[in-house]
Structure formats: C-alpha cells, structure tokens
Design a protein around this ligand. Structure first.
Ligand code: 2PG
Length: 249
C-alpha cells in the first residue's frame, strides 16, 4: 500500500470586514475577537485529531498569518517552517473592495451580485489605482513576479495560484510532509476546484467556512483519495451556509 499525503486547508477566522459585511479582497484587515477564537479552535481540532502540520504556507495577508499563528500555537507547532506568497492571497475584488455586500446586492440585483461573487470568469469592475482600497503601492507586493491585480475572477485566481501549488506546495507533499495552507475563501475555493475537479458551473455552489480545518489525503499524483473532510463537519456546514447567505441579511 502506498502512503498517502496529507494536506490541510484552513480559511482564516472571521475578520473585522466579514463582521461589517464588506467585500474585502486584498484589503489587509485583521481578525476580530471571534476570528481569533475560531483560529484557536482550528488549532485545537488539529491537535485533537493528531493531524499535525510539518510546514506552513500562507498568503501575504495579515488575517491568514494571524490565523496560522494562533492555530499553530494552540497545536504547539509554532516552530514549523513557513513560506508566504501573494499567490495564496484572496481574490482581488476590484472596485467592490470596501463596498457593503447588502447594499451592492440591493443596487445591482441578485443576478449581477451572484455573477460577481461566484461566477467562474466574470471579474468585478477594475479598482482605480487612486482608491484608498488599491494595493498598487503596497510595499509588500513591490517584488512580486507579476502585476498587482486591479480585479480578479476565480479563473484568474486559479491561474496565479496553480504555479505556486506546483512549485512550492507539491514538493513539500512529495517530501512526505503534512502541509498546512492558511488562506482565504476564494483562493481556497480555487484550490479545492483544482483538487476535486469541480466544474466551472458547480464551483458557484461551494462556500468555505472560516476557521475549520479541511483535510485531504492525496495519492502519489496529488489527487484526493476521497472528498475533503472538515474536522468539525457540523460547524463547517453552518459556516458555509452563512457565507452563501452573505448580503441577504
Ligand atoms: O470579501 C471577500 O473578500 C470574500 C471573502 O470574505 O467574500 P465573498 O465570500 O463574498 O467572496
């Protein structure tokens, strides 16, 4: 029997802007108190299930970094090596960054809202470089191998994510390491789409809850041997339903 490889995906805990119901994207907001609690619980779930990461990959956004640190502290794994990449960042939400989701839904209607939020290849309008929510002059992206996005569809997220998956994450998995990836709702939707071979249409229905580890066992071709498994399935189902309903309250 060939040994399987273990991959853990963790969406950051609730952020200040999740709380305010604002489109966030690349805006670098922090976790709120509930998000910190979720991150701790995420780490406890890892410890309780004995699925302990050997290496960590995070985005360059503080909410993912904070989540990883808190979770790893709870699992007594703060010491593991870490690599961070903009390629794991949240989807850039273009001109929607900083906008209220409920107001956007009301202004543009459910069809356009869903198209911007969950379609595969329709990006929101581009964000002006002069906007306070633009990242074009953010020093952390000064050296990236590409242009700082002004907007992204899920397709564009997958296009910039997969080279990192292949060049940085897969080698760790192939070295037999248990890999933790701490990232975002839409960058993780992109990775799950790739792993599970979800169609461009069906991916619209997938929502990832905050703070609950999602574990995959992968074969020697890095294909999942079964569906991903949330370490707290009940909380995950409730969390995913809440994400799907955002804007409607
Ligand atoms: O605002 C965002 O950046 C994302 C994740 O919080 O939201 P949505 O779930 O609407 O894609």
């Amino acid at each position: 029997m060939t040994a399987t490889r273990t991959l853990i995906l963790l969406r950051h805990g609730r952020s200040e802007w999740n709380e305010l119901n604002l489109f966030t994207g690349w805006v670098d907001v922090r976790l709120n108190a509930q998000g910190e609690k979720e991150a701790r619980r995420g780490g406890e779930l890892l410890a309780e299930s004995g699925i302990l990461p050997d290496v960590l990959h995070t985005s360059l956004l503080s909410r993912a970094i904070q989540t990883a640190n808190i979770a790893l502290d709870a699992a007594d794994r703060l010491w593991i090596p870490v690599t961070r990449s903009w390629r794991l960042n949240e989807r850039h939400y273009g001109a929607l960054q900083g906008k209220d989701k409920a107001q956007t839904l009301e202004e543009f209607g459910p069809e356009q809202f869903q198209l911007w939020r969950r379609s595969f290849d329709v990006p929101p309008p581009v964000l002006d470089d002069e906007s306070e929510f633009s990242q074009v002059n953010d020093v952390r992206y000064a050296g990236i191998d590409g242009e700082v996005p002004r907007t992204e569809s899920l397709k564009l997220v997958i296009d910039r994510l997969l080279p990192y998956w292949e060049s940085a994450i897969v080698p760790d998995l192939e070295a037999g390491k248990t890999v933790l990836v701490t990232a975002h709702g839409n960058s993780l939707r992109g990775l799950v789409k790739h792993l599970e071979g979800i169609s461009d249409d069906d991916i619209a229905e997938l929502n990832i809850p905050t703070g609950i580890p999602l574990v995959y066992e992968l074969d020697e071709n890095n294909v999942p041997t079964g569906p991903g498994r949330y370490l707290d399935p009940e909380a995950a189902a409730a969390g995913a339903a809440a994400v799907a309903a955002q804007g409607k309250k």
